[in-house]
Design a binder for this molecule. Structure first.
Ligand code: FAD
Length: 318
């Protein structure tokens, strides 16, 4: 299996890739396979699988009292990557977080990936838990994605946490990191955010995948600013076709991005979500055509496991 960076280097035209979520606990993996099968026709070079850390929930006990439980609603990131590789012979990119992991647990996860032949990782900090107002690093874990990148990069050099190991085997992970054309919401300004972005690349990141955006100018400006700061790794645009009118409000509040006025007007005019879907597809196709014209290395779609809109977009482009 290959590394994302090698796919990008060898590409003669803009590649296609997408991100999925693991099924919720109790859901079958077959449903996921069925949902993404139409997308496999477009020969994605890699599929990202998100990671969902634990949430704190209050559960009623038989005595009637409530107790706090730690629950992971979408476990299985690493095993889904292995299953997808096995079933579709496609490269997979598990997302690995700082939050919820000690450094030792991170190392164990990396060893699992290495043994499974998964050589790609998207290294992320993760968001604050729903019960917290800001991100609190796990005791014994990493505070920033750059620290996680350093740990992975060290393992690639054969440096594990135990410095007394005899001849430890170097891993060969290709490391992706997240970028934010409209700035990460916690950063005081874009310039500062980019300096932190640069630290992730200096720590060993091979490429950047961006947060979704709906205005290509924001992406082009981001790439230009990155290059001006000396960030020279490939930058993959993240794209999401919207399918529901309610997303006009949900997406900005969850992902801290703006919708262009023209797009918002077009969605607001729709009489139902079928029409919204069509607007979302057309907007995305136009975005993608311009991105391809500007020679982006890959179009990366946030699928949420749903293929209908992305299949139509990919059919128009590939
Ligand atoms: P970082 O790069 O660590 O940055 C976080 C914040 O800290 C930024 O504001 C940055 O500017 C600041 N910062 C960085 N270094 C420093 C420093 N040294 N000093 C001060 N400030 C600093 N979340 C999930 O839970 N699971 C997923 O699977 C997932 N997948 C994602 C995929 C993509 C492509 C993207 C864009 C996001 C994804 N997220 C996911 C969300 C991500 O975890 C959040 O956006 C999170 O808030 C930031 O993660 P990061 O890796 O960008 O963090």
């Amino acid at each position: 299996m290959a590394k994302v960076i090698d796919h990008l280097k060898q590409a003669e035209k803009t590649l296609f890739s997408f991100e999925i979520l693991p099924p919720t606990t109790g859901e079958s993996i077959q449903t996921l396979f069925n949902n993404i099968t139409p997308l496999m026709e477009f020969k994605p070079k890699f599929i990202d699988v998100t990671y969902h850390r634990e949430e704190k929930l209050m559960k009623k006990t038989p005595s009637g009292l409530y107790e706090q439980r730690s629950v992971r609603k979408r476990p299985g990131t690493i095993s889904i990557c292995a299953a997808l590789m096995h079933k579709f012979h496609v490269d997979t990119v598990p997302h690995i977080l700082c939050g919820g992991f000690t450094k030792e647990e991170t190392e164990y996860a990396l060893i699992d990936l290495n043994f499974l032949g998964i050589d790609n990782i998207l290294a992320l900090r993760g968001d604050a838990m729903k019960s917290d107002t800001s991100f609190i690093p796990t005791s014994g874990g990493h505070k920033y994605a750059a620290d996680l990148v350093t740990q992975i990069h060290n393992m690639n050099k054969g440096t594990y946490l135990d410095d007394e190991l005899m001849n430890p085997t170097p891993t060969k992970f290709c490391i992706g990191v997240a970028g934010y054309p409209e700035k990460h919401f916690e950063s005081p300004n874009i310039k500062t955010d980019l300096l932190h972005m640069k630290q992730k690349v200096a720590a060993g990141a091979d490429y950047i995948v961006t947060q979704m955006f709906f205005d290509n100018k924001k992406f082009f400006d981001f790439v230009e600013r990155c290059r001006a700061e000396g960030i020279n790794v490939p930058i993959i645009p993240g794209l999401k076709p919207i399918t529901r009118k309610s997303q006009l409000y949900d997406i900005p509040s969850r992902f801290f991005i703006d919708f262009p006025v023209d797009f918002t007007d077009a969605v607001l005019k729709c009489k139902n979500d079928e029409e919204v879907k069509q607007v979302g597809i057309e907007w995305s196709i136009n975005q993608c055509r311009e991105l391809i014209k500007n020679k982006v290395p890959c179009l990366h779609f946030y699928s949420m496991g749903k293929a209908t809109s992305i299949t139509k977009i990919a059919s128009a482009l590939y």
